[in-house]
Design a binder for this molecule. Structure first.
Ligand SMILES: O=P(O)(O)OC[C@H]1O[C@](O)(CO)[C@@H](O)[C@@H]1O
Length: 424
């Protein structure tokens, strides 16, 4: 389903020579003996997720789809990136589905928040507020505004039927509010951290409300579980990718740029950045995860990649089959001189741009390229890809000697902000 090609990665070490270290960390991950083992619930999730809750997600989503034109997802970080990534990847950027998904709670920007509130004012609205901790300030601030908006628009009783809370089973102020107001609730498992939570109700409810087949996501996840479950590096491309990242870091490459040639994959890159950035950016270690969309960004960042400081490697996240394609027309005048492409498919042009760029960056620019190819941008591929990156991330970060599953550094800004806001 997915392919990994390391032949353009300019690796100076053999990936397979890392078998012993990979086996050690694989054992720690699956036996829950490694760092942060309290947060490895995602490993077995494809087998042991709560099937009753899963069915409830589908029926609640159907209900919400009947009720609303706009579904507001209120969350930040892992509590919104995964669902947005899936929805944009699978549905595309200008989707004509009857329900529009809008994101809030991911910023303090008053301009953005007001913009959303004005936009939804005269529409039929339902809300999903999502927070594992139940105390995240961006989400809490936006949700208070949304709650008041919903109660003014629909009255308290109807509003409470249109708001769904996804949060911890017992902790946090969001759980207390949900209980008091009688909201439908979904639980974020204790042992799955935010950046791994797209495969739980956190991601699955908004994705289902967007009309996407979440059974297909879980089936892709199960296939990923099977294909990326082997400690043997020869058989596990997720682990090969994990090792290649570390080898490139040893070669002085401190920045990993995830590159896609599909604009609807941009949010997948944002999701991937949180996954790798929060997992490995600790103890002054780790690659900086960044991203670009080609060919668009070849006209901005392309110059740096080709000839700038040699700090980065590219990880191309390629799509074999586009969601749709079109044939380039001929024009008898040929005033634009583009007839050389007449009859060709636009996706073929995109793929030739990719081929030419790979050669330019790798051969002329000496920039290593890791190639990951997914078959399409469907729901099953999304689930499969999630499991690939989860496993790769865990092993790659264990190889750095740090805990992949915490994020202590994020607290520093929060502490300063609370002091300035006068919170006690
Ligand atoms: O779901 P919560 O608890 O609101 O957290 C949102 C995000 O904030 C962080 O905790 C960082 O502060 C992320 O790890 C998390 O995904």
């Amino acid at each position: 389903m997915m392919k990994l090609d390391l032949s353009h990665a300019l690796l100076k070490e053999d990936v397979l020579s890392y078998q012993d270290v990979v086996s050690k960390y694989h054992d720690q991950l699956v036996n829950k003996t490694g760092k942060g083992n309290d947060f490895t619930g995602w490993v077995e999730w494809p087998n042991n997720y709560d099937k009753e809750e899963f069915d409830r997600i589908k029926s609640v989503a159907k209900d919400l789809r009947d009720k609303c034109e706009v579904f507001v997802v209120c969350g930040i970080g892992g509590s919104y990136l995964g669902s947005r990534a899936a929805i944009e990847m699978i549905n595309g950027l200008y989707n004509k589905d009857k329900v529009e998904i809008v994101f809030m709670g991911n910023t303090f920007s008053s301009s953005y928040i007001k913009n959303v509130m004005d936009y939804i004012a005269d529409k039929e609205v339902c809300v999903n507020v999502i927070s594992k901790s139940g105390t995240t300030t961006e989400t809490a601030l936006a949700f208070r505004l949304l709650k008041q908006f919903m109660e003014e628009k629909y009255g308290k009783e109807e509003a409470s039927k249109r708001i769904v809370a996804t949060t911890d089973k017992a902790r946090g102020t969001l759980k207390a509010i949900a209980d008091k107001e009688g909201y439908e609730t979904f639980v974020i498992p204790d042992d799955i951290g935010g950046r791994f939570s797209v495969i739980t109700p956190v991601g699955l409810l908004p994705i289902a409300v967007a009309g996407i087949d979440i059974d297909a996501i879980m089936s892709g996840l199960a296939k990923g579980y099977k294909d990326f479950g082997d400690a043997d590096l020869n058989k596990n491309i997720a682990y090969q990718y994990a090792v290649a990242r570390r080898i490139l870091e040893n070669q002085g490459k401190d920045v990993e740029m995830l590159v896609s040639y599909e604009p609807q994959m941009n949010m997948v890159a944002e999701w991937w950045k949180q996954l790798f950035g929060e997992s490995e950016g600790k103890e002054e270690k780790g690659n900086l995860p960044t991203s670009a969309n080609f060919s668009t960004d070849l006209h901005s960042l392309g110059q740096f990649i080709q000839q700038g400081k040699k700090v980065l490697y590219e990880t191309l996240l390629l799509v074999e089959k586009p969601t749709s394609d079109l044939e380039f027309p001929s024009d008898p005048d040929n005033a634009d001189g583009m007839n050389y492409l007449s009859g060709k498919s636009v996706d073929w042009v995109n793929k030739m741009a990719c081929k030419g760029t790979l050669e330019a960056h790798e051969v002329t620019g000496n920039v290593p390229n890791i190639l990951i190819t997914i078959p399409d941008m469907g729901a099953e591929s999304f689930g499969y890809m999630c499991y690939f990156f989860f496993k790769a991330c865990a092993i790659s970060v264990y190889m750095l000697g740090v805990n992949p599953f915490d994020q202590p550094g994020v607290e520093v800004y929060k502490k300063n902000m609370f002091r300035l806001l006068g919170k006690n």
